[in-house]
Design a protein around this ligand. Structure first.
Ligand code: MN
Length: 231
């Protein structure tokens, strides 16, 4: 068999401590999964988790110990950072119960759900899909995956993001409205999860704008940190 042009390369992330890589299948994202962030976006109360997707090739892989540059994207004047714990699925399945979710997790990473907030807000107001605000090229800088056995108690981990050394976001994974098991239960009721899927689990409060020349450092205790410059 031959293709009419070369197929796109497989997007992958490094796996910490090995020469092997994690091939990425899909990128699911959870909206408004920390109460204080929901409030800053103008919402209150515990709503059912909801999801959106980013294209797989939105990933900018942050290799071990290195930083990356994310180009400032077109059309926006309000590019926001959202630091998130990323869950990497190693074993797929449908209708996974929260209590069984752990068996499906390969590892964790730190990721940034970069957002063209002005475009997202515009689309929300019009009741239209958010794709242009969330799912743009290079909108998902993501660090190496740490295998689950090498990460301590993820629930107790702190999560934070600084811009040019100034802390902007800080919380703990325990503050998630829907915990990782519950997210996997809801998600796998709607889509059949597959090995290689990534789940961006939501961002704490403190989202704000970055401009060209800024340096963001996002981290989750036990999972590591990533450095992303805005080009
Ligand atoms: Mn997000």
């Amino acid at each position: 068999m031959s293709y009419v042009f070369p197929p796109s390369p497989t997007v992958s992330l490094p796996v910490a401590g090995t020469a092997e890589r994690f091939p990425v299948h899909r990128i699911y994202c959870v909206g408004r999964n920390y109460a204080e962030h929901a409030q800053e976006m103008g919402y209150t109360g515990r709503e059912a988790p909801f999801f959106f997707l980013k294209p797989t090739d939105a990933i900018i892989a942050v290799e071990n110990g290195e930083g990356v540059t994310m180009p400032y994207p077109p059309l926006t004047k309000n590019l926001h950072h959202e630091v998130e714990l990323v869950v990497a699925i190693g074993v797929g399945g449908a209708n996974i119960q929260a209590a069984d979710a752990q068996k499906h997790i390969f590892g964790y990473a730190v990721g940034l759900d970069m957002t063209r907030r002005d475009l997202q807000t515009d689309m929300k107001k019009q009741g239209r899909p958010w794709c242009i605000g969330k799912s743009f090229d290079q909108s998902a800088p993501t660090g190496p995956i740490i295998p689950v056995g090498e990460v301590g108690d993820i629930v107790k981990a702190g999560i934070r993001l600084s811009v040019n050394g100034e802390e902007r976001q800080t919380s703990t994974i325990s503050q998630l409205i829907w915990n990782i098991g519950e997210v996997i239960e809801h998600l796998s009721a709607a889509w059949t999860l597959q090995a290689g899927d990534l789940i961006f689990s939501g961002t704490p409060s403190g989202v704000s704008a970055v401009v060209s020349g800024d340096t963001m450092v996002g981290s989750v205790d036990g999972v590591g940190s990533i450095t992303v410059r805005v080009g």
